[in-house]
Write a protein that binds this ligand. Structure first.
Ligand code: UT7
Length: 332
């Protein structure tokens, strides 16, 4: 009898640019202060990708190269690469294609996936289908954003939150019941009004006027987004636990999207988890959109044990949100 094939994460790698944008530096750019930012968001500094002509692909390719080296595979073995982002190098072609070329993944095809801060969860769930069907043996899911390219550094409500970074995971088949067990993904396009980029798309192409009006930056109604995020991220995390018969003591780790420490705390509280089982690095990197969850997994990787029950959870622009339940597939 053939065993059920699941999609296991078999390696994880991050990429963080060197330059640190601290709260102290932001104090010199906008009317804000370290105490306000720390108390309202939990963020102390973020990384910024600097240098001419450096786009998301710089970070994504860095993460994917490191991933292959770590797992000891040739990039030629990659079947599919999914690049989750809202800050693609260009409108087209897809950054996935550029990354495949940069890392030498000549046998792979790929595509970009835009689900804002839930991008990595959408990508992980999509990628896992190709493993579960037996179609592919090696799928790379990379999530990352160069948020600094669409942030208005005169807008104190948004520039304090976001940063740059990327992380990648390799998905391979498991016959031990490890890897992605379940996912609940949701979206609600009516949330678009609260969080979007007004111009630069087909509805409102770039003109001198759109640039003057600063319409190529992130527009966010923070308070409204906060309310939806707190409720939906907590609800979906509790829902996936209930659906899979998991009690709080069964969950080894919550890996929450890092948008605001208060949203993370509300989600953990709802799941009955104390701080010791919640991955939080928002103070160092801020909100890297699709990058937050793989960057957490990368940082905590040495502490993860084979069989650990892990819940990934996110909420973001769209609106999009969701939770993924996985069993970690390797130790230390
Ligand atoms: O990544 C996925 C989607 N995004 C999110 O999940 C983000 C969700 N939203 C948030 O995290 C929060 O709403 C923010 C961090 C963006 C803002 O925090 P808040 O506690 O919701 O602040 P607020 O917008 O309600 O503003 C409170 C006050 C206002 O002043 P008044 O009107 O009370 O006098 C703001 O003008 O704080 C003021 N304010 C600031 N003060 C100092 C707003 N930004 C700043 C700032 N420094 N940077």
């Amino acid at each position: 009898m053939s065993q059920k094939v699941t999609a296991a994460i078999t390696a994880v790698q991050g990429y963080l640019p060197e330059f640190r944008l601290t709260n102290q530096v932001l104090e010199t750019l906008v009317d804000t202060n370290d105490a306000w930012i720390t108390e309202r968001t939990g963020i102390k500094e973020r990384r910024i990708l600097t240098g001419k002509d450096q786009g998301l692909s710089t970070m994504a390719a860095g993460a994917v190269k490191g991933l292959c080296a770590k797992r000891g595979i040739d990039p030629m073995e990659i079947d599919l690469l999914i690049c989750c982002t809202v800050t693609a190098d260009m409108q087209f072609p897809a950054t996935a294609n550029i990354v495949c070329d940069m890392v030498g993944a000549k046998n792979a095809w790929g595509f970009d996936l835009n689900a804002a801060c839930s991008g990595f969860l959408y990508g992980l769930t999509t990628g896992s289908q190709f493993i579960e069907t037996g179609k592919y043996k090696k799928v790379v899911v990379v999530g990352g954003d160069k948020m600094s390219s669409i942030i208005d550094y005169t807008d104190r409500a948004t520039c304090i939150i976001f940063g740059d970074g990327a992380g990648a995971v390799l998905l391979e088949p498991s016959t031990e019941g490890l890897g992605i067990i379940d996912a609940i993904l949701r979206s609600d396009g009516s949330g678009c009004q609260y969080l979007h980029q007004k111009a630069g798309g087909s509805r409102r192409p770039a003109t001198e006027r759109t640039v003057e009006a600063r319409e190529h930056f992130v527009y966010q109604e923070g308070k409204a987004v906060f309310k939806f995020a707190v409720t939906n991220m907590a609800d979906v995390s509790a829902e996936i636990m209930e659906k899979n018969g998991l009690k709080s003591e069964d969950v080894a780790w919550l890996v929450p999207h890092q948008a605001n420490k208060r949203i993370i705390d509300a989600t953990a509280h709802r799941m009955g988890l104390d701080d010791s089982r919640v991955m939080v690095n928002i103070e160092k990197y801020g909100n890297t959109t699709s990058g937050t969850i793989p960057l957490c997994l990368w940082e905590w990787e040495p502490r993860l044990k084979k069989g650990d029950n892990i819940i990934l959870s996110a909420f973001g622009g769209g609106f999009t949100w969701g939770a993924v339940y996985l069993k970690w597939a390797y130790g230390g």
